[in-house]
Design a protein around this ligand. Sequence first.
Ligand SMILES: C[S@@+](CC[C@H](N)C(=O)[O-])C[C@H]1O[C@@H](n2cnc3c(N)ncnc32)[C@H](O)[C@@H]1O
Length: 225
Amino acid sequence: MFKKGQEWYREEEIADSYDDSRFTGGGKVLDFREKEMLLSLVDPKDKNILDIASGTGRFAELLSNEGARVIGLDASKEMLMHNKVECVQGDALNLPFKDKSFDVTTSMRFFHLLETEDIEDFITEVERVTSEKFVFETLHPFSLRLTYQWMLPQDSSLYSNSLLKKKFDDISVVKKANYHEKFIIPYGIYQILPYDIGKSLNRFDERFSEKQGWLTSTVYWELHF
Ligand SMILES: C[S@@+](CC[C@H](N)C(=O)[O-])C[C@H]1O[C@@H](n2cnc3c(N)ncnc32)[C@H](O)[C@@H]1O
């Protein structure tokens, strides 16, 4: 369960180079847009927020700077060494918090590390500790990510929106599930581009991913409890 994702991010050199290898050059555009997207879905002011799979804390720090009280949870202490908010090392499937400790839970770039058979347990566990909503992102299978997915060293599960919508509809604690599709150009491509090219490509990407759903690689979900 989660073995591949957990093992990969426990490598010290992977954790130490996580931010630099992804969010410099064209990756800066990605970082900016992901943060902008999260803030459009979460109003952090005065909220208690749990950030699951918080990693080096990109989103935890953002939410904290925007006025939330944030706890970051991650399985890898090597990733958490870089995280500047209050953190707990732990497993997403067994959260070490009391019922309804948080208003909102977030989890970015994590769902693809989940095994399909763990989805229901994971959502139920998140709902146990969360009173309002859960915001997270998933990766879509019918996208340009398929051009390089096979080369990646760690395993990823790509889920279609229809499969997930059906799953969430069947989980009784979920009252409503909304999603927003973004990024025709997938993360891995932005990361290898120079900043200026990434910026220009992003203008095209924003315009077209708003207009049509197919080919988008990233999906942002809000589950209301
Ligand atoms: C791609 S990183 C995302 C980090 C951060 N959310 C971001 O977007 O920059 C995935 C994170 O999931 C964590 N992770 C993997 N399996 C986990 C589990 N079962 N419980 C908690 N964290 C886990 C890894 O340690 C890693 O830090």
